[in-house]
Design a protein around this ligand. Sequence first.
Ligand code: KIV
Ligand code: ZN
Length: 513
Amino acid sequence: MSQDRVIIFDTTLRDGEQSPGANMNTAEKLQIALQLEKLGVDIIEAGFPAASEGDFDAVSQIAKKLKRAQVTGLARTSKGDIDRAWGAVQQAAHPGIHVFLATSELHMKYKLNMTREQVLETAVTMVKYARSLTDRVEFSAEDGSRSDRDFLCRVFEAAILSGATTVNLPDTVGYAIPEEFGELVRYVMAHTPNIHQAVLSVHCHNDLGLATANTLAAIQAGARQAEVTINGIGERAGNTAMEEVVMALHTRPNFFPVATGINTELIYPTSRQVSMISGMIVQPNKAIVGANAFAHESGIHQDGILKNPMTYEIMNPETVGLSANKLVLGKHSGRHALRTRLKEMGYDLSDEELKIVFKKFKDLADKKKHVMDEDLEALVTEGLLRTADAFQLEYMHVTSGTTVLPMASVRMRIHGEPIKIAKFGSGPIDAAFNAIKELTRAESEMLRFTIRALTEGTDALGEVIVRLKENGLIALGRGSDEDIITASAKAYINGLNRMEYLKSHPVEDRQGL
Ligand code: KIV
Ligand code: ZN
């Protein structure tokens, strides 16, 4: 059996960023894009340039930096959106434009207020326009899985005739069932006369927990591009998880005679990076990249694994980058060891950046015997990727105990101006938050506060994630420190900074996405 190639189209930075609260700044997106390129992704959808200045800026920076992967920008079927997308990606080594328009009766009637003929004509005009700018044009029939099959085929045929090099069939609302979706792909292949002049892609959402299954069914039926995100992050219940699709193809080659260009050993470090940067925690039982994915608890399983790992392990953990013998750094480790480990983890730092992280590493190693990967990730994300923030913590002193009323004195810089206050609270974290709230005049509501140890032992870094809401906007904040009260304050301030960013970079109505 010959091995076909499945193109991996990653939309972590576009659809993934649409996860409520997972907004990332340009430096963070650039770091993820570089890592995705190393991972072997073919196409990176870097954002939706018409949505906001921030999106445009991030997509253009990524476009300028990447060498091998195609960089694509999303656009609605309007000249304005397509010009914006082109403006952002045109400096890429391999630029692309992704145009989408809904084709289901529901969307055409209620959302677009367009007839079938208008949709067809608009798709044709806009694909032609995008194609006049670049040779790589993808057309997506939004809500494709709920569209009339024959109309869908007509739109795809017209889009290909107009120059689309890829046509994408999205299950926008995660409604499809694998058997049905595979059948739809077969139907499209059989009833779109020119389908072989383009790549047929699929883009699934996980509302019924079927995104991976639907994507695999589509590949089985002949689709040759999978649109995915790392850790499956994305709008509502998320998108298809890249690691699941790639490892299913890798683990069951007889069933799927197809290959991807993904270097599977970089899957775990990439997953960690995306989780740290976006603040979207990976559930422990998540397939492939969850903390328990390769953990064996029962005695019978452990016994089997010791006798032969294949008894209970269908994949070798090292294949996905979970190294059994992790290099643990400590206070005697030098700059070279730190650089090497960070590089293995996907962080290629300049000398200047290494200097900053090395200083933080030494401070941490003085307090903590073993500095683990999780600690290093926290040092990089907090030390390098955070942008010039509106709110900065300068100093904090907290008193608490069994006989005192918890109190926090906090000094911050608000837009560069130093200011301090002391506040009481029901506990030390509450006191610190009361002080920060007053200093920043924050109006955000705290929807969630979670705290956990990043590694084992009582000297572990504490990691705090907060979820904030203000005027319908959601922002996540992340902070880590050996002191959990400081970690909490850092997370709250990070969340408030992200909220400020969101407020000052309004995103247009991304209707229907
Ligand atoms: O879910 C969807 O339909 C999309 C399109 C833009 C491809 O994200
Ligand atoms: Zn989507």
